[in-house]
Design a protein around this ligand. Sequence first.
Ligand code: BGC
Length: 393
Amino acid sequence: MVRITSATLVAFAAGAIGAPQGTITRRQSPGGCDAAVKLDASTNVWDNYKLHANSYYRSEVEAAAAQMSGAAAEAALRVADIGTFLWADTIANIDRIEPALQDVPCDEIFGLVVYDLPGRDCAAKASNGELPVGAIDRYKSEYIDALATLLKKYPNQAFALVIEPDSLPNLVTNMDLQTCQDSAAGYREGVAYAFEKLNLPNVVMYVDAGHGGWLGWPDNLQPGAQELANVYKAAGSPSQVRGIAINVSGWNQWDMVPGEFANDPDGQWNKAENEKKYLELFSPLLEQNGMPGNAIVDTGRNGQSGGRLEWGDWCNVVDAGFGARPTSDVNSQWADAFVWVKPGGESDGTSDSSAVRYDSFCGRPDAFKPSPEAGTWNQAYFEMLIENANPAI
Ligand code: BGC
């Protein structure tokens, strides 16, 4: 049943939150509550909503558990109950969303990653997408418009969106690459279009802002804040954009001091030694540039530190474990919540050096091998994440 705290009741009385509205019963029809959801993105919606454990990831995890036995299998099944985002990583995979909307309680929010820009993943190869550079019209009409139609079809369902991982950060630090130069205009136009079209009452949006080991460097902070804020303002400063998503599919620790890479030759120059510190440096700059600086933090796979040889290593890092569970109890001025964005067990990229999307980062000594194509299931990696989970699963 819906848990009603006194704070929630006060919020109802004040009209501060739009769902559940006027009733404390669960939904009576598929898709969330029995009345339209109105999210107030000037507040932390995670105080009132729990991240939904979606049935798509559940089926992946249950299939994985079926290959395990004993305590490990039991632990695996518990992962299926942990809230995790669903990635709409192709136009066709939008079809995965609707079946997963049928069992969402009214007090849960559905996490969805918007990830299909033309020329996607311009500074790496593992996640190059289906749309080539220049296919912005298809991105708009076949992808974003289709998502908007779906989200409008479920007005009684709350959605949290992570908008286009890696895209705008790549335009800050990787413009020496021809691929990123070619992708830049489409990224800016596409993200602005997503902001405008998905600016619906039942939606709250967070745009990807990389992580502390990326935009946290002194030379990147201000240009990063400007890049994101410019796109936000170009979209007309949409009301449902709440801020940024950080550490998406990442490995950084939340508040470890000294930071994991403090002893690196370069590490001392980056004051964003952990993600909490990154927000303290970056979010005020966003606000100075006219964009909200609130954040959600992916803690899906950061249960352990020490696996990476270098801060920038991103592919299937060895010795990783599931991290802190989704919660809004994060004790930070800037963070709304810890969430699991990357579905643990899905690969970051193939280790097969003959594959078209092989990226050399997935062949480094700190990358788990063998690993399948990005987004596909890696049973051995999933089992490792459980063994190394912190807190334990
Ligand atoms: C892949 C996507 C996948 C996502 C979540 C990305 O690295 O490119 O295809 O949906 O990870 O696993």
